[in-house]
Design a protein around this ligand. Structure first.
Ligand SMILES: *[C@@H]1O[C@H](CO)[C@@H](O)[C@H](O)[C@H]1NC(C)=O
Ligand SMILES: *[C@@H]1O[C@H](CO)[C@@H](O)[C@H](O)[C@H]1NC(C)=O
Ligand SMILES: *[C@@H]1O[C@H](CO)[C@@H](O)[C@H](O)[C@H]1NC(C)=O
Length: 423
């Protein structure tokens, strides 16, 4: 009798354990779906009012500071009292798939050599990049398709998160993200994929650094406070495919079916937006009496250097150049027209070959090929393909991961001033 009761109890216990175990193993003890209960978790600060993140930034309410110029020199840039310093333009990182989305974790010594200095002179080192979709913070009620959060820590443990909004636009893909975007493990794994990526300070910050600064918290339980937020006003442009790849991967790796938020899309995201895919954003929190500072940049980049408009002006410039070359050629042809008709045809051929090459929109930062033999040069010319489909560019084979950090590396992407690091 006793034995059969014991066996029965064991069977029940076993059934209960096996029913609850997967959730406990695969995910955190909270869900994005039910954020109202985050405050009841042990040691949680999530229920505090007025010191939590994210927030909706009301631009007219922000305390505008005097405009400051962005100055870039070598491996550092300064903007007002802020500075970004790094030692290596390429860093080694692990690309991790977690139950709450993709993360890029910098590995030593790259984490401690990528240093941000805040207004008060305090130094924070860049530890990882996290992504959410849609954005967690919003501006004047408008969300963005995604948010890239650069998570920093100071030696005393204080966190500083600088956020870059990612907005879907008519581009082939954000050049920086496309170097590692397809390489995250398809399933949640404790270890990520080892990769070599461009230093985020070098390639992942928007050209315009105007930003909003406020005190806040982490955006997942326990929502630890004493966290500085710096949200860049200017978004980076990504493609719809990049956003949707992220959203699909997030949905597939979510801890369990009730983990993510399923709700209508927030204002500001670009349609079409599938509501069959879950969202991993914490809902915006009351600002309370907290001030939000706005640091405007006095020398914002012209649209020449980035995004669609940049391509347009680039094309226009190349078009005008081609036109003047054509006029010059015509003049030359006229001068030589007493010569042979053959020559005329040949120079046209040469011109059209050069012009096709000049029209490659993405050859903005060509590799130095001065000493390369002719055959090699011809192989390097299809740069558009390299750019659009970097099959393994960011990947560092495991066997090389222990080697010395590269001081300078040729780069295929990035913002202005690219050539500086090639030499
Ligand atoms: C960062 O670079 C700036 C400008 O070169 C320099 O003044 C500052 O001391 C550097 N900060 C760190 C932490 O290396
Ligand atoms: C954040 O909190 C610190 C410490 O309380 C304070 O000195 C600082 O001014 C606050 N920052 C902002 C932007 O309000
Ligand atoms: C997303 O995940 C949910 C729950 O895990 C699942 O029911 C749904 O079919 C998924 N959506 C897609 C498009 O795969």
């Amino acid at each position: 009798m006793l034995i059969s009761r014991l066996l029965w109890a064991c069977a029940v216990l076993h059934a209960v354990l096996s029913a609850t175990a997967p959730d406990q193993e695969q995910g955190p003890p909270w869900t994005y779906a039910d954020q109202s209960s985050w405050g009841k978790l042990s040691n949680s600060k999530c229920g505090n009012e007025g010191d939590q993140a994210p927030i909706n930034i009301v631009t007219t309410g922000a305390l505008k500071q005097p405009a400051q110029p962005l100055k870039t020199s070598g491996h550092s840039s300064t903007f007002g009292g802020l500075s970004w310093n790094y030692t290596w333009p390429l860093v080694k990182a692990f690309l991790g798939t977690t139950p709450r989305g993709w993360q890029v974790m910098l590995t030593p010594p790259y984490d401690t050599s990528t240093i941000f200095t805040f207004l008060n002179g305090k130094q924070f080192s860049l530890r990882k990049l996290e992504f959410t979709s849609p954005s967690e913070n919003s501006i004047d009620g408008q969300s963005f398709d995604m948010e890239m959060q650069l998570v920093h820590a100071a030696s005393d443990g204080q966190m500083l998160i600088s956020s870059v909004f990612l907005k879907v636009g008519l581009v082939d893909g954000n050049e920086y993200l496309s170097t590692f975007w397809p390489q995250f493990p398809p399933k949640v794994t404790p270890d990520g994929t080892a990769a070599q990526i461009a230093n985020p300070y070098y390639a992942a910050l928007p050209g315009g650094r105007s930003c909003f600064i406020f005190n806040g918290s982490g955006t997942v339980p326990p929502c630890g406070t004493d966290t500085i937020w710096m949200v860049f006003k200017e978004p980076l442009v990504i493609s719809r495919a990049q956003r949707d790849l992220y959203r699909g991967a997030l949905n597939a790796s979510s801890a369990h079916s009730g983990f993510l938020r399923f709700a209508p899309p927030p204002a500001g995201v670009v349609q079409p937006w599938s509501t069959d895919l879950g969202m991993n954003n914490r809902i915006t929190q009351p600002q309370g009496s907290r001030p939000v500072l706005f640091l405007p940049m006095s020398n914002p980049p012209t649209t020449m250097s980035f995004d669609l408009d940049g391509h347009f002006w680039g094309f226009l410039g190349i078009g005008l150049l081609a036109l003047s070359v054509l006029i010059g050629l015509l003049a030359l042809i006229c001068l030589l027209c007493s010569g042979a008709a053959k020559r005329n045809v040949r120079s046209k051929e040469v011109y059209s070959a050069e012009s096709d090459e000049d029209r490659q929109p993405l050859r903005r930062f060509p590799q130095p090929v001065a000493n390369a033999p002719m055959q090699q040069r011809q192989q390097m010319h299809p740069q558009v393909q390299l750019w659009q489909q970097p099959p393994s560019m960011g990947v560092m084979p495991q066997s090389q991961m222990g080697g010395r950090p590269p001081m300078t590396q040729p780069m295929q992407f990035g913002g202005p001033g690219q050539a500086r690091y090639m030499r």
